[in-house]
Design a binder for this molecule. Structure first.
Ligand code: MN
Length: 257
C-alpha cells in the first residue's frame, strides 16, 4: 500500500522509488516516459515483497445454496480464485513496487505494467480483482431490487429495473466463451451493461465496476451444466444490493475526486 500518496497517483514516485531512481547510471533512461516509477524495477527495494492474499468468503461455502452450490463455491473460491492470487504473486515477484500496489490500481494502469508480465497481470490480477468483487456483491437471503440513487439511475438508463436485468442477462448469455458481464460507470456518470472476455476488467478501460457476474463455466457448470441462461436468471436471488449500492456511491465519489 502507498502511504502518503493517492492510491492511483502512480506518476509520483514514493521515497523508496526516488531512491531507486536516483541511484546508478540508468537514471536518464529510467526517467524517459511517464511510467518510470510504476515500471521501474527495484533491485533491492524490499527484502520480502508484499504478497496478495486470498480473503475468506464473507459467508459459509454453502450459504448461497441452491443458487450457487457448495461444491462450486469450494472450487471457485478455494481453487480458481486461489490460483489467480498465486499467479499474480508469481508474475510480480521481480517487481516489488508493483506488487505493493493495490491490484485494482495496477489494473487501472495496465498499459504501464512491464510488458514481460502484462498478460499474466491482466489474467491473474484481473482474476483476483474480479472474484474479490464477486464474493462481496453476493449474500445469503439477498436479491430483490435496489433502492435509492442506484435504482433511480438504473431506471433512467434502462427504462426500469426489469429491463436492466434483461440487458445484463442477455450480455452474459451472449459473451462467447469465458468472461464476465458487468454494470459499469463511465466518466460523465453513464451506467452501462457490457461484457468482457477471460478475466479482463472494465477498470483497464477507464470505467468503474459497479457489479459483475462470472460467466466462466467453472461458475455454474456443476449445477446448471450448459444452461448459462438459467444460472444468470437464478443469480439475481443472491445479489447483495446494499453492497452494490455502496460500490456505486464509492465509484461516483472516486470519479468526482
Ligand atoms: Mn470465476
Amino acid at each position: 500500500m502507498q502511504d502518503a500518496q493517492q492510491p492511483n497517483d502512480l506518476s509520483a514516485p514514493s521515497p523508496l522509488e526516488r531512491r531507486t531512481l536516483l541511484r546508478g547510471a540508468a537514471v536518464g533512461a529510467a526517467l524517459a516516459g511517464s511510467g518510470l516509477a510504476f515500471g521501474a524495477r527495484a533491485q533491492d527495494a524490499a527484502a520480502a515483497p508484499k504478497l496478495h492474499t486470498l480473503a475468506d468468503l464473507p459467508y459459509a461455502v454453502d450459504a448461497l445454496e441452491p443458487v450457487i452450490g457448495k461444491r462450486i463455491m469450494e472450487l471457485h473460491h478455494g481453487k480458481h480464485h486461489a490460483a489467480y492470487v498465486k499467479g499474480l504473486n508469481t508474475a510480480l515477484e521481480k517487481y516489488p513496487m508493483l506488487a505493493a500496489q493495490d491490484v485494482e490500481t495496477v489494473l487501472r494502469n495496465l498499459e504501464r505494467v512491464p510488458e514481460d508480465v502484462r498478460t499474466a497481470v491482466r489474467n491473474h490480477g484481473g482474476g483476483h480483482a474480479n472474484h474479490t468483487m464477486f464474493w462481496q456483491i453476493m449474500a445469503p437471503k439477498a436479491g430483490g431490487a435496489p433502492t435509492g440513487e442506484l435504482a433511480d439511475a438504473l431506471t433512467s438508463t434502462f427504462g426500469d429495473f426489469a429491463r436492466f436485468q434483461e440487458a445484463f442477462n442477455k450480455a452474459g448469455a451472449g459473451q462467447f466463451g469465458s468472461g464476465w458481464v458487468w454494470l459499469t460507470l463511465a466518466q460523465g456518470g453513464k451506467l452501462a451493461v457490457e461484457s468482457t472476455a477471460n478475466q479482463d476488467t472494465p477498470l483497464s478501460l477507464g470505467r468503474e465496476v459497479i457489479m459483475g457476474n462470472d460467466v466462466w463455466e467453472h461458475a455454474y457448470y456443476l449445477t446448471y451444466e450448459n444452461r448459462r441462461a438459467d444460472y444468470l436468471t437464478a443469480w439475481w436471488k443472491v445479489v447483495n444490493w446494499p453492497a452494490v449500492t455502496a460500490r456505486y456511491a464509492a465509484a461516483k465519489a472516486r470519479m468526482k475526486g
